[in-house]
Ligand binder design. Structure first.
Ligand code: NOJ
Length: 576
C-alpha cells in the first residue's frame, strides 16, 4: 500500500466552523464560508486543516458532544458541502483532518437515549453503568470547579453512568466489541469523504479501562494499533494525531515502540515548559523537556503548538513553575481556569508585544515536530474574558473592519466578535494586515515559507548546542547532509554568545535564512553572535565547502524514514 509520511513536515491550521466564516448570514460559520476562505489559508501556506467537531450536536461543549457521527450539523451545511470542501482542499494540495470525539457521546445521542430508557436495549452496554454510587464518583474530573463528579444518577435508567467530562457527555464503553466496530465504521465513513486523518480527542480516556470497580485503570494500547491499522487499510497516508497529555515515560506506549500506534501526538510536555521559558527566560527546563521527548519511532512525529482551543494546561509543571507562568501571563484569577491553566489567547498574554509574539512563533516553528497553529493567531487576535470558561478564546475570526469583523452579515452573531480596544476587529483584522508588508500576517506567511524550506526540522535529528547562557536556546538539525541552526533569546536583554556548531571547532559559515546578517567562524571555528532582546536567528550550516568536507553518505530518495534516527535503531518496519 502506498504510504506517505506527509505529517512529518506539515503546517497544520486548526479552526472551528462556527467562528470562522459565515456565508449564509445566520450568525454561525459554515462550510460555504470556509470554502470562500480556502485561498486565504492556501496563501498563508498551511498544508493541513484540522477542523474542530462539526457533526450534529447540542453544542454544550463546542461540538465535543456528538449526537450523530454520520452527519454535518445543519448549522454548518450538509454532507454535500463537506465533500465540496474536501475536494476544494485537495485541489489546493491541502489535507484535512477532523476531530474524532469517541470517548463519549452527547446524552442526546440516540444510543444513549435508548440505553437509558430500555435496560434490554443493545445500547445499554455501549455505556458504563453502576447500580450504586461508585466510591470514586467525586474523583478524576477533567474540569474541576465546573464539573462536580464523574458519575451521575440517571432517573430513567435508575442507575449511575460514568462520564470523564461533563455530565452531558456519557462515556462510551470503548472496550465493547460492537462499540469498537462502530468506531472503525465512523473513521471509514469520513475517510471515504476525503479526510486524511483524525485529531483523536481524549486518547488516554478512550483506552482506559472503565467501570465502577476500576480503581487503577490500565490502558488498552491494542486499541490504538487497531485504529491505526484500520485507517491505513482504508487510506495509506491516513494519520492519527492524539490528544494525550501524558508523561514522557509513556510516549512510546502511545506511539508504539514499532511505530504501530499513533502517528502523531501533541507535545504537551514541551508546550508547558515552553511557556515557562517564555515567562522566566530560563530555557533549561525546556531543553530537558525536548530531551525527554526525543525518543520516538522513526515514523512518528510530535505536534508542536502554542495555544489551542482549550486552556493552556500547566498541570505538568511544578507548583513553583506554574506560579511563575501565572504571574507572567495570567495573574488575574479571571484569566485562570480549572486550577491548572490560563484561558487567554497568545497575543494578550504577551501584551501584544510584537517582538515576543515573533519570538514565540519562531521558536514553535523550529522545535522538533510539525507546527500546529490556531486560527486568528496569525493576525494576533485577542480574547474576551467576559465569556465563560474556554469560550473566551473562541471568538469569530476577524476578517476586516466591517461590522462583526466581516465574519457575518447577521446582526446577531452567535458569538460576538471582539470589538474596541487593542484587540478589536477595527484594529486587528486580516484585510488591514494583508495590505501591510510588515504585518504579523505577512510575517507568519514568510516564516511558514521558511519552515517549509527547512525540511531538516521535520525529518532530521536535533542536538541542543551549548550557548553558555540560560536565556538562549540553540538547536541544530541535520538531515541528508544539510544542517540548520536556530537560536532564540528569551530574555528582554541583549546578549552575546559563543557557539561551536559542530562540537569540535571545525567551523563553517552560518548563512542567515531571514536576513543578510551571515556569520563567519573565528580562528577556532567558533561563532560570536550578538542576540538582541527577544531575538531569533535561523541559519543554514555551511556553504558548499563545508558540505563537501562532510563524510556521511547522502540519503537516497525513499529513505526518509531511515534518515530520521530520533530513536536509536528505529527502523521503517511499519511502512506498508
Ligand atoms: C478535549 C477537547 O480538546 C476539549 O475541548 C473537550 O472539552 C474535551 N476533550 C471533551 O471532549
Amino acid at each position: 500500500m502506498i504510504r506517505d509520511l506527509w505529517y512529518k513536515n506539515a503546517v497544520i491550521y486548526n479552526l472551528s466552523l462556527s467562528t470562522f466564516m459565515d456565508a449564509n448570514g445566520d450568525g454561525v460559520g459554515d462550510f460555504q464560508g470556509l470554502l470562500r476562505r480556502l485561498d486565504y489559508l492556501h496563501g498563508l501556506g498551511v498544508t493541513c486543516l484540522w477542523l474542530g467537531p462539526f457533526q450534529t450536536s447540542p453544542m454544550k461543549d463546542d461540538g465535543y458532544d456528538v449526537a450523530d457521527y454520520y452527519t454535518v450539523d445543519p448549522r454548518y451545511g450538509t454532507l454535500g458541502d463537506f465533500v465540496e470542501f474536501t475536494h476544494a482542499c485537495e485541489q489546493r494540495g491541502i489535507r484535512v483532518i477532523i476531530d474524532l470525539v469517541i470517548n463519549h457521546t452527547s446524552d442526546q445521542h440516540p444510543w444513549f437515549k435508548e440505553a437509558r430508557s430500555d435496560p434490554d436495549s443493545k445500547y445499554r452496554d455501549w455505556y458504563v453503568w453502576s447500580d450504586r454510587k461508585p466510591e470514586n464518583a467525586d474523583q478524576g474530573m477533567v474540569f474541576p470547579g465546573v464539573q462536580k463528579s464523574t458519575w451521575t444518577y440517571d432517573r430513567e435508567a435508575k442507575a449511575w453512568y460514568f462520564h470523564r467530562f461533563y455530565k452531558f457527555q456519557p462515556d462510551l464503553n470503548t472496550a465493547h466489541p460492537e462499540v469498537h466496530a462502530e468506531l472503525l465504521k465512523i473513521m471509514g465513513f469520513w475517510i471515504q469523504l476525503g479526510v486524511a486523518g483524525f485529531r483523536m480527542d481524549a486518547v488516554p480516556f478512550i483506552i482506559a479501562e472503565k467501570g465502577a470497580d476500576v480503581t487503577k485503570p490500565k490502558e488498552q494500547f491494542g486499541m490504538l494499533r487497531s485504529f491505526r491499522e484500520f485507517v491505513q487499510w482504508r487510506r495509506g497516508d491516513a494519520m492519527l494525531l492524539a490528544e494525550a497529555n501524558i508523561l514522557p515515560e509513556d510516549d512510546l506506549h502511545y506511539f508504539g515502540s514499532d511505530g504501530d500506534r499513533c502517528h502523531m501526538m501533541f507535545n504537551f510536555q514541551v508546550n508547558q515548559h515552553l511557556f515557562y521559558a517564555l515567562a522566566t527566560a530560563d530555557t533549561a527546563p525546556l531543553a530537558k523537556a525536548l530531551e525527554v521527548t526525543k525518543p520516538r519511532p522513526a515514523t512518528a512525529q510530535w505536534g508542536t503548538f502554542l495555544r489551542n482551543h482549550d486552556e493552556l494546561d500547566l498541570g505538568r509543571l511544578t507548583e513553583e513553575q506554574r506560579q511563575a507562568v501565572f504571574a507572567a501571563f495570567g495573574p488575574d484569577k479571571s484569566m485562570q481556569l480549572y486550577d491548572r491553566g490560563i484561558r487567554r489567547r497568545l497575543a494578550p498574554m504577551l501584551n501584544a508585544d510584537r517582538r515576543r509574539i515573533e519570538l514565540a512563533y519562531s521558536l514553535m516553528f523550529t522545535l522538533p515536530g510539525t507546527p500546529v497553529i490556531r486560527y486568528g493567531d496569525e493576525i494576533g487576535m485577542g480574547d474576551d474574558l467576559s465569556l465563560p470558561e474556554r469560550n473566551c478564546a473562541r471568538t469569530p475570526m476577524q476578517w476586516s473592519d466591517e461590522p462583526h469583523g466581516g465574519f457575518t452579515k447577521s446582526d446577531e452573531p452567535e458569538t460576538p466578535a471582539i470589538s474596541g480596544g487593542v484587540f478589536g476587529y477595527e484594529r486587528i483584522n486580516a484585510a488591514i494586515q494583508r495590505r501591510d508588508p510588515q504585518s504579523l500576517l505577512n510575517w507568519t506567511e514568510r516564516i511558514i515559507r521558511m519552515r517549509k524550506e527547512c525540511p531538516e526540522i521535520g525529518w532530521g535529528d536535533f542536538q541542543i548546542l551549548k550557548t553558555g547562557r540560560p536565556e538562549v536556546l540553540a538547536l541544530r538539525y541535520d538531515w541528508r547532509n544539510n544542517g540548520v541552526v536556530v537560536l532564540h533569546n528569551l530574555s528582554d536583554k541583549p546578549c552575546e554568545i559563543v557557539l561551536d556548531v559542530d562540537g569540535h571547532g571545525e567551523g563553517c559559515r552560518l548563512v542567515n535564512l531571514l536576513s543578510e546578517d551571515h556569520s563567519e567562524p573565528d580562528a577556532k571555528g567558533r561563532h560570536h553572535l550578538v542576540m538582541e532582546a527577544y531575538g531569533y536567528r535561523w541559519f543554514r550550516v555551511g556553504g558548499l565547502d563545508y558540505l563537501l568536507r562532510r563524510t556521511e553518505s547522502d540519503g537516497k530518495p525513499g529513505e526518509e524514514v531511515q534518515a530520521t534516527s530520533s530513536r536509536t535503531g528505529a527502523s521503517s518496519s511499519s511502512r506498508s
